[in-house]
Ligand binder design. Structure first.
Ligand SMILES: [Zn+2]
Length: 299
């Protein structure tokens, strides 16, 4: 089913990574720059992530003995330093997720570099190192950001949707590993209801919303793939949803042959396989297009 499945460590049948994007209340400030600071309901909904959900998630991870990845806008890191400290203390990865969840397609190249580097400086100061991975806010990658990741030496991106398993993005500047996302394993469609940012979905029952993720897992398990939900603490970290997820994790870790790891570790592992010539991931060469397609008329 998958053309070139990756041989996972210790004969694991499937690699798994829960990734949490801790956007907190950055979203309302970006969506409503004039008055977002005084909209207490969306602020409180966002703050639930670092203040209530992340401690709950960390406790589950500790009990299960797994390390996972978080993507956090640098502004949120500065706002919630205790949460960041707790994540780091438990040995989890924190990836680059913009400065204040700014959308890369909203900015020119120079401004993109400014926000990217400003976030990098916060990572260095608060985590003592450069982040190894990046996820574009709202998945809005541009070729400029891909080149920036290569230039700044990041190991992987996790924003694009071009395959079921990791593949490589090659540009004139070099290459970066892509660990692909998709909407079928993102918790916004089943659980987000957020009128202020134009996103209103009929909220599903925890077991219904999460069951679609578990079906995605079964397909990856059968094909030897990588199952990677894209979650948000203020959505999936809510009491009843996390209870369903936690029960599923307990069962899966005890009954199935799976490898749970942070994305950084998965990316390193794939890099090592490639160096040893034991596996080669598929490569997409960029740019896909050099000019607007619809305007390319010759008549
Ligand atoms: Zn985000």
């Amino acid at each position: 089913m998958i053309a070139n499945p990756i041989p996972w460590p210790d004969g694991a049948q499937c690699a798994c990574a829960l990734t949490f994007d801790m956007d907190a209340d950055s979203l309302i400030h970006v969506a409503r720059p004039e008055d977002g600071h005084n909209r207490l309901y969306p602020i409180s909904m966002g703050k639930y992530g670092p203040q209530v959900a992340v401690p709950r998630i960390l406790e589950t991870y500790k009990n299960l003995g797994i390390k996972q990845s978080f993507f956090i806008p640098a502004w949120c890191m500065e706002q919630y330093p205790d949460t960041i400290e707790a994540i780091l203390k438990d040995g989890h990865e924190i990836g680059h997720h913009g400065y204040v969840h700014e959308n890369p397609t909203d900015h020119g190249a120079q401004e993109q570099v400014y926000w990217f580097d400003r976030a990098l400086a916060v990572h260095r100061k608060m985590t003592g190192r450069d982040p190894r991975g990046y996820r574009a806010p709202v998945y809005n990658m541009t070729q400029g950001v891909v080149d920036l990741l290569i230039e700044r030496g990041l190991l992987y991106d996790s924003s694009l949707m071009g395959d079921d398993i990791p593949y490589r993005l090659q540009t004139d500047q070099g290459s970066v590993l892509e660990i692909p996302v998709h909407w079928g394993t993102d918790d916004w469609p089943p659980f987000a209801h957020y009128e202020e940012i134009g996103y209103m979905m009929p909220v599903q029952a925890p077991s219904v919303g999460l069951n679609s993720f578990f079906e995605e897992f079964e397909a990856h398990y059968e094909a030897g793939g990588l199952w990677m939900p894209i979650l948000h603490p203020f959505l999936t970290g809510r009491l009843a949803r996390w209870r369903v997820m936690q029960n599923w994790l307990e069962k899966t870790l005890s009954e199935r042959n799976v490898w749970f790891a942070p994305l950084e570790e998965i990316a390193h592992y794939i890099g090592t396989l490639e160096e040893r010539g034991e596996h080669r991931v598929r490569t997409d060469t960029l740019p896909y297009y050099t000019k607007p397609v619809l305007l390319d008329r010759t008549d």
